[in-house]
Write a protein that binds this ligand. Structure first.
Ligand SMILES: [Fe+2]
Length: 244
């Protein structure tokens, strides 16, 4: 949405909300607080807007495991489209969430456009930040936590890989911290473990994109080779930071 249109939308939204507050029926205290906070959020430009994280490496930096053209198209086309589309949906549907947490806490109530593109926007930011050309392998507390949860890193790797290979169609595989218990989960489409209706709900620690757009140019139908290569470019330092 262009600035002028957005400003007009915001002005109209504020007017409409104020009008309801003035002319509407008796408003309970909690509703008054909620309405006031929404007006404040809109007036100060704090309504949620997804942003695409900068890529922390060159497109070619993950070769030979993930090729430059795949990274470039994935980042500049697929991911950029999710960002653009979710922000369009937030404006068009007059969503007043101010945080990503609030957005995903209501995932089951969102329109398909908001839900799918919001998931795609967040998941890919998380995915890019989980990658590095200088992967060192798991170390420190994440290594200990994986051993405690799965017996050993190798057993975790085997189970995670199996989840990636058996995810039917497009989706994601996750390592999730569920109240202190590390768990492997798989989601369809652009769902993630932050969704209010996720089968496995918790704090994501690591994500693998198994949509064909993530690997098809280099690996075609050989998802197993893509997954095998991905293990070489995981940013375990970032995963460690997420384990609190
Ligand atoms: Fe993707």
């Amino acid at each position: 949405m262009k600035n002028n249109s957005r400003r007009k939308f915001i002005e109209n939204t504020i007017k409409a909300t104020v009008a309801v507050a003035v002319t509407g029926p008796l408003i309970l205290k909690s509703e008054t607080t909620s309405a006031s906070s929404k007006i404040a959020a809109i007036a100060t430009g704090e309504v949620l807007k997804f942003s695409q994280v900068p890529l922390g490496f060159d497109y070619k930096a993950l070769e030979p495991h993930i090729d430059a053209l795949t990274n470039e198209i994935h980042y500049t086309k697929h991911h950029a489209a999710y960002i653009k589309n979710v922000n369009e949906a937030i404006i068009a549907e007059k969503l007043t969430f101010t945080t990503e947490k609030e957005f995903f806490d209501h995932a089951s109530q969102l329109s398909p456009k908001a839900r799918n593109n919001g998931g795609g926007a967040w998941n890919h930011n998380f995915f890019w930040q989980s990658l590095t050309p200088s992967s060192t392998g798991p170390d420190g507390k994440i290594k200990d936590a994986l051993s405690a949860a799965f017996g050993s890193f190798d057993q975790f790797k085997e189970q995670f890989t199996q989840a990636a290979l058996t995810r039917f169609g497009s989706g994601w595989v996750w390592l999730v911290n569920v109240n202190g218990k590390l768990t492997i989960a798989s989601t369809a489409n652009q769902d993630n473990p932050l969704f209010d209706n996720a089968a496995v709900k918790g704090v994501p620690l690591l994500a693998l994109d198994v949509w064909e757009h993530a690997y098809y140019l280099k690996y075609q139908n050989r998802r197993n080779e893509y997954v095998a290569g991905w293990w070489n470019v995981i940013n375990w330092n970032e995963v460690n930071k997420r384990l609190v």
